[in-house]
Design a protein around this ligand. Sequence first.
Ligand SMILES: [Zn+2]
Length: 110
Amino acid sequence: MQDQKQDLIRERAHAIWEQEGRPEGRHAEHWQRAEQEFSSSGQQPELTAEGATPASDSAPQLNPGDDAAPGTPGTGEDVCPDCQGSGRLQGRTCETCGGTGIVIKGVAGG
Ligand SMILES: [Zn+2]
């Protein structure tokens, strides 16, 4: 139902607003983003239930060649061994580094 959808969007917009530290005067932007989440995915995003910890939606994206997330203590960026830092392998995007040409490797002796 349309009314129900409006309610969901309002809740989602509110959640986004809170996640961003409750900035002032950004209501329209958050509403727009909430609407886009509904329309783009075709499915309802998980609403943050009261008191519940949001799912790890801030989890860093790892490539297959990464040992750890960027910024993890004891790790550092290294040139991708498969594509030699070009980000491409045999004319295609290198999957090891996700096309970045860089992988995150554990630094020995840390
Ligand atoms: Zn690579």
